[in-house]
Design a protein around this ligand. Structure first.
Ligand code: NDP
Length: 241
């Protein structure tokens, strides 16, 4: 494929695993320069080696209030600009009312919602001032369905979708594109906590997708040109309804 993202600077959060790792590789294949963000530095270093020269890493806990600003500052300082922000980092805890650990609630809000909103707003201001940019927020099939055990996770993704849609509307005509990629069930480590507790991961119920399939959609969103904005992409497994 051609290098439609040549020279662009892209931040990918949650780059140490799953969809984030695949997205970082896909954007790099398109020619983008990457800032890889997550907590596990060893994983980020390995990916940095694999992608090659020019790739930067930042090991940070996005649950911290100041993290979003630090991520944007790091990219600006290192590369001088930010063209693409992929807010992919996220955690999954099932939240059936019978057994949900309420101590997990604030952390889920911090990572899956607040961190994404903060970095979206900070990036939106920078990008609007430059008249160009792309923000991609990763939602979930769970945002649109009422399935037992997904109340907190799906509720936060639904809130994130509404926030993202409104941001897109606010940025209309500014040159900044904003979009949502909502994956269905994808085989990643997101289900490992469930599996460790002896519950089946959702990727065991159906033939799940691979992270590369979601990454392709993110790349497609980032490659829009002219007056086109891929505002919402739902990538579901073929057996999902
Ligand atoms: P993984 O569990 O494989 O990866 C999650 C990533 O998020 C890791 O890189 C992890 O890095 C990072 N992360 C988690 N917590 C933090 C934190 N506090 N600070 C910084 N980074 C953090 O998940 P997936 O790849 O499956 O999920 C990626 C996104 O896709 C999520 O937003 C998820 O909700 C969404 N999604 C996934 C689906 C699926 O079926 N897999 C379906 C629908 C949506 P580290 O631990 O090193 O910090």
């Amino acid at each position: 494929q051609d290098m439609q993202l040549e020279g662009k600077v892209a931040i990918v959060t949650g780059a140490s695993a799953g969809i984030g790792t695949a997205t970082a590789k896909a954007l790099a294949e398109g020619g983008a320069k990457l800032l890889l963000v997550a907590r596990r530095e060893d994983r980020l270093k390995a990916l940095q080696q694999e992608i090659g020269v020019g790739t930067q890493i930042l090991s940070i806990d996005l649950a911290e209030h100041a993290a979003a600003q630090s991520v944007l500052d790091h990219a600006e300082k290192t590369f001088g600009t930010v063209d693409i922000l992929v807010n992919n980092a996220g955690i999954l805890r099932t939240s059936h009312h019978d057994d949900f650990d309420l101590a997990e609630l604030d952390r889920m809000i911090a990572i899956n919602y607040s961190a994404v909103v903060r970095s979206s707003i900070i990036a939106a201001r920078l990008m609007k001032a430059r008249g160009t940019g792309q923000i991609v927020n990763i939602s979930s099939i769970g945002a649109g369905i009422a399935a037992a055990g997904t109340g907190v996770y799906g509720g936060l993704k639904a809130a994130l979708e509404r926030f993202t849609e409104v941001l897109r509307v606010e940025l209309a005509g500014s040159g900044v594109r904003v979009g949502i990629v909502a994956p269905g069930t994808t085989s990643t480590e997101i289900f490992s906590e469930m599996k460790a507790k002896g519950e089946p991961g959702w990727d065991e119920y159906i033939p799940a997708m691979q992270p590369e399939e979601i990454a392709r959609a993110v790349r497609f969103m980032c490659e829009q040109t002219g007056n086109a904005n891929a505002a919402r992409l739902h990538i579901y497994a073929t057996s999902e309804t």
